[in-house]
Design a binder for this molecule. Structure first.
Ligand code: TYD
Ligand code: MG
Length: 451
């Protein structure tokens, strides 16, 4: 047994330090160093690591790149986000908060991928009985789907070598560990070792590997970010646990773009791909009511129509309350400041609540105009006329700024029966599917709406 020494790893970036410090010298994060014991001379504890010997550099032109074979997971939205399916020998990390549906998504994918051969699902979190019960409900009982409940990565890899599966799933990198290493499961050393072993095995067996990883409250992958550098693709599964809507986003993809998003609805029968998110978001919207506005936002590369709701009530507090659900809080403060200063609206003694219906977390500034008009509509208790969609980023002077891909946003609005759109003026704007009402600033937009 090699002598153990103590080192300190940063739980944010995975950087190594010889002594404890308040601030990580690698990434500058505070209070993130954790003590871990590692063997003095690293033993060969990574059974799956491949050593390519005698490799020689070649001119790029001489390298033959055959078009890579892709394995379709059979879940359309997942395939889109992956860039057209999984590549054998590659590794994908799926991150998300606990309970969001990571195990469900990969179990559904596992069952469908049995068409390519065996699939091995290694779970360090649930028993085979639990997974079987879930598989029954999800109609995922397939002969070629193998389950292994273990927390020992070594056992998992051994089974994989025997079964020669086309896909290996590890649920999760925090729960599975290598008993040969001293540090606790989920520690930087362990997570790194598990991932390295799995990635090595994927190359060895020419199988695709999908790793599940939990994220912390801050939305980071628990454990080191180094994991993100090791794998070929990193996907994040987002959503509000109390809401059925789920968004799958790629933050890194060596084999495709990171521009695509997948949208799902969590139902009694597992995750269902949502071909038309707009229909889902607008399904519960009733006729025009004060405080409700519809905007056309772009998520990934697809346009979606969303309802933004605002409620403005007299405040009994010295400091009026501002609350945003699904909308950036600082943007809400900025919009309120513009409404107060540029339009002279009395919001200083009012509580303002803003909500994106349906559980989406919005980051598209094109929703500013809809948020601002929803607030004015609630304040004045006048509804926004039905059939009008709003698009535009709000500047500090109250001006409206153009947003990218207006044409596609308006096309989506037309498809859902909207008659008109209020947008900032745009040079060279073509004939649109809906009537385009241009407004250069917020007062002009509100005038069109009679607010
Ligand atoms: P799960 O996949 O276990 O989440 P994770 O692996 O990300 O922690 O799914 C958790 C939740 O999903 C669970 O609380 C119940 C819900 N769920 C459904 O609503 N319908 C279903 O068919 C399944 C399987 C789960
Ligand atoms: Mg799980």
């Amino acid at each position: 047994m090699a002598k153990a020494k103590t080192v300190y790893f940063c739980s944010e970036c995975g950087g190594e330090s010889v002594r404890w410090m308040g601030k990580c010298p690698h990434c500058g994060a505070w209070n993130t160093l954790v003590e871990e014991k590692v063997a003095e001379e690293p033993k060969s504890v990574l059974p799956g690591r491949v050593h390519v010997r005698g490799a020689k550099a070649r001119p790029i032109g001489e390298i033959v790149a055959s078009k890579q074979k892709r394995l379709l997971t059979g879940i359309e939205e997942l395939d889109t986000v992956l860039g057209g399916g999984l590549i054998p020998g590659s590794s994908v990390l799926l991150g998300g908060e606990p309970g969001i549906g990571k195990s469900t998504l990969l179990l559904q994918a596992a069952a469908r991928m049995t068409g390519y051969g065996r699939v091995l699902y290694i779970s360090g979190e649930e028993s085979p009985e639990q997974i079987r019960l879930r598989a029954e409900r999800l109609d995922c009982l397939k002969d070629e789907l193998y389950l292994l409940a273990t927390t020992d990565i070594g056992e998992g890899l051994e089974q994989a070598r025997q079964l020669q599966p086309a896909l290996i799933i590890i649920d999760s990198v925090q729960a599975v560990f290598s008993p040969d290493l001293d540090p606790a499961p989920g520690s930087v050393t362990q997570v790194r070792a598990v991932a390295a072993a799995a990635i090595g095995l994927a190359r060895e067996l020419d199988a695709a590997v999908m790793l599940i990883g939990h994220v912390t409250k801050e939305g980071m992958l628990a454990g080191p970010r180094v994991l993100e550098h090791m794998v070929d693709a990193v996907l994040y599964f987002e959503g509000d646990r109390f809401n059925a809507f789920r968004l799958l986003r790629a933050v890194k993809n060596r084999f495709g773009s990171t521009n695509e998003v997948g949208v799902f609805e969590m139902s009694g029968a597992g995750l269902v791909s949502l071909a038309s998110p707009s229909a889902y978001f607008l399904s519960e919207r009733s006729a025009a009511r004060p405080g409700s506005a519809v905007c056309s936002v772009i998520q990934g590369s697809r346009p979606m129509l969303l309802e933004i709701q605002a409620l403005v009530t007299p405040s009994t507090l010295g400091n009026p309350r501002r609350l945003a659900a699904g909308f950036d809080f600082n943007r809400l403060l900025l919009i309120i400041a513009v409404l107060e200063r540029r339009l002279g609206l009395p919001l200083g003694n009012k509580d303002v609540y803003l909500n994106i219906a349906g559980g989406l977390r919005l980051a598209d500034p094109a929703a500013d105009l809809a948020a601002a008009t929803a607030i004015v509509s609630s304040l004045k208790d006048i509804p926004i006329e039905d059939g009008i969609v709003l698009c535009g980023e709000l500047g500090l002077l109250g001006e409206l700024r153009g947003v990218p891909q207006t044409e596609r946003r308006l096309k989506e609005a037309a498809a859902f029966g909207f008659k008109a759109a209020i947008c900032p003026p745009e040079k060279g704007a073509k004939e649109e599917a809906v009537r385009r009402l241009t407004a250069a600033d917020l007062p002009a937009a509100l005038k069109i709406l009679g607010l």
